[in-house]
Design a binder for this molecule. Structure first.
Ligand code: GLC
Length: 589
């Protein structure tokens, strides 16, 4: 038995599935997507059904019982549309077709039915800030200035003199993946805008025809029966008038001119009216730049109609001073608590939070916020306790439920992600040593989260019978689903029990949030209160043994510890010494 196992426990205060019974007793604004737990599937790396080394839709279908056993309510599927894969599917060639590597539309329909048969809903990635340069619209647009699709994208002349008569790029905006956000197209001697890779040209949302085509496509998918969308970089769709130069010292040059640009709210509100209104669906907008005030405007009954946003504030706190992803700064727990609490309170009554610590764009949450060595099990459970007891809809990224960790990069050739590859290239040109480059890549690369799901301890972790498209993490001999499911006290069972606990505990979903001990450098503690129901969560984010003391303002007669990741004694919650990465949730009476 591994250390840290067999002593944790979650004690649901009711039976899962009885949500409908309890919640009506409270005066809360019930919505299924508030009560749901979302599981994110990166299909390329989930399960390969045909031995080509690439995960696919039949692979997801083969694991439906797994999802059911875990108890999740919604699956968010990363893009599965036809794509040349410059950015792993975020460069769409055909919005109404399935990527050949992933299967067919029939496979998709079967998967959707299989999910619905198990009462699991499906939300799809909606990538409409840009298309692939191989999309039919762009292929035609680049042919001629007279093309009917020319104005579907953003074209400009070069500025001043430049090499070969091209001029310089029309402004100083940067691509999120490095370099200029403009590429020159020889055919029509003009630049086109791409906030991401040059193979991801930005759509021109000012053009009503573009918007209508997008809305039509969205209706088509919803009519098929999907249950909503995760909207990729949806706060970037409106660009400032005149495309002015940006501040070169901000982390992403130009961002102030395209993050929630002048018409962003108008477009999102229009999308809501044209497509979403009156449909029982869930929407979550990915918004790298959203402030709380902007988020409030996107959300809620008086907002633009979205249900939730993914803001980036808590996942960018450890950037260096320049605000650039590829720099590493300090992580401070008080700062982390301040940011999360700001969002917890700021969206109260004005929207709803999504609660996440990682996804396919970030390193593994365990390696980043926990400890992926000695305290892997304890810290994975501690972070899960946070995910399921904050106010908001929790998102579980595939593999986090077994405590998957970052990949031990040894060679530059192991780097796959376009963003990381560009970084490696830039740093090589600047003369950095391989070791220095790999140190940052190991910490930051999106590849960390994209290594294959670890199903068992066989050669390719049970992910494929072929050659995996991206290396499998060598720790799959110890970290895998088969092992985790066989141990009652594993991270996996802790997740399963926490999911049940949340579904059965109204205060965990709808309770008010109150931060305790804001300045404590190691302990994150908060209360959730719904009428007379009170939950106290206490989390040790450190490998030390700090003492937790409950502030005198919190009184109670009785306390029962209902979630814990270590064996507990009678101590607490008044004052107790915490063990490394310990987590406890008390019900206070
Ligand atoms: C989002 C996606 C990311 C992608 C980018 C461009 O941030 O999550 O994976 O590279 O948008 O589409």
């Amino acid at each position: 038995m591994e250390r840290g196992e067999s002593q944790s426990s979650v004690d649901p205060s009711g039976d899962a599935g009885e949500v409908a019974d309890w919640a009506d007793a409270f005066d809360v604004n019930r919505e299924w997507w508030r009560e749901a737990v979302v599981y994110q599937i990166y299909p390329r790396s989930f399960f390969d059904s045909d031995g080509d080394g690439i995960g696919d839709l039949r692979g997801v279908e083969a694991k439906l019982d797994y999802l059911d056993a875990l108890g999740v309510d919604v699956v968010w599927l990363n893009p599965v549309y036809d794509s040349p894969n410059a950015d792993n599917g975020y460069d769409i060639r055909d919005y109404r077709a399935i990527m050949a590597e992933f299967g067919t539309m029939d496979d998709f329909d079967r998967l959707l039915d299989g999910l619905h048969d198990r009462d699991i809903r499906l939300i799809m990635d909606l990538v409409v800030n840009h298309t692939s340069d191989e999309h039919e619209w762009f292929r035609q647009a680049r042919e001629s200035e007279d093309s009917e699709y020319r104005d579907f994208y953003i074209w400009r002349e070069g500025r001043g003199d430049g090499p070969g008569g091209k001029g310089k790029p029309p402004n100083n905006w940067e691509s999120a993946f490095g370099g200029s956000a403009w590429s020159y197209d020889e055919r029509t001697e003009a630049y086109y805008l791409h906030l991401f890779d040059e193979k991801q040209p930005d759509l021109n949302w000012r053009n009503p025809e573009v918007r209508e085509r997008i809305y039509d496509m969205m209706r088509w998918w919803l009519d098929k029966g999907i249950d909503g969308f995760r909207m990729d970089v949806i706060d970037l769709i409106s660009k400032a008038d005149g495309l002015p130069d940006g501040d070169p010292d901000s982390g992403w040059t130009g961002a102030e001119h395209f993050m929630t640009g002048p018409r962003a709210h108008e477009y999102v509100a229009e999308m809501y009216e044209e497509v979403l209104e009156g449909r029982d669906v869930m929407t979550v907008g990915e918004m790298p730049g959203a402030s709380i005030e902007q988020a409030q405007q996107y959300l809620g009954p008086d907002g633009d109609g979205l249900n939730m946003v993914f803001h980036f504030e808590h996942v960018t706190l450890d950037y260096g001073e320049s605000g650039d992803r590829w720099t590493v700064g300090e992580f401070s727990l008080p700062e982390f608590k301040r940011v999360l609490s700001k969002w917890q309170n700021g969206l109260h009554g004005e929207g709803w939070n999504s609660v996440y610590l990682g996804n396919h764009d970030w390193p593994r949450m365990l390696s980043r916020f926990g400890d992926d060595g000695l305290y892997r099990i304890e810290s994975a459970k501690m972070l899960a306790t946070m995910l399921f007891t904050l106010r908001g809809t929790p998102y579980v990224y595939q593999g986090d439920e077994i405590g998957m960790t970052n990949f031990p990069f040894e060679r530059e050739s192991q780097v796959q992600d376009v963003s990381a590859r560009n970084f490696v290239q830039r740093k090589r040109e600047e003369g950095w040593e391989t070791d220095e480059i790999l140190e940052i890549v190991s910490y930051r690369s999106r590849d960390n989260a994209r290594t294959p799901m670890q199903w068992d301890d066989s050669e390719n972790a049970g992910f494929t019978e072929g050659e995996p498209w991206i290396p499998v993490n060598p720790n799959h001999d110890a970290v895998n689903v088969a092992d985790a499911r066989a141990r009652d006290d594993s991270i996996w069972h802790y997740y399963r029990e926490l999911i049940e606990f949340r579904q059965a505990t109204p205060a965990a979903i709808y309770g008010d949030y109150e931060l305790l001990l804001p300045d404590d450098p190691d302990v994150y503690a908060y209360l959730r209160t719904l009428d007379d129901d009170r939950l106290l969560t206490v989390l040790n984010f450190d490998e030390g043994t700090p003492t937790f003391s409950l502030p005198g303002s919190v009184d109670y007669d009785d306390a029962e510890c209902v979630v814990h990741n270590y064996a507990i004694d009678a101590e607490g919650p008044q004052s107790f010494e915490m063990r490394p990465y310990e987590a406890r949730v008390y019900e206070l009476d």
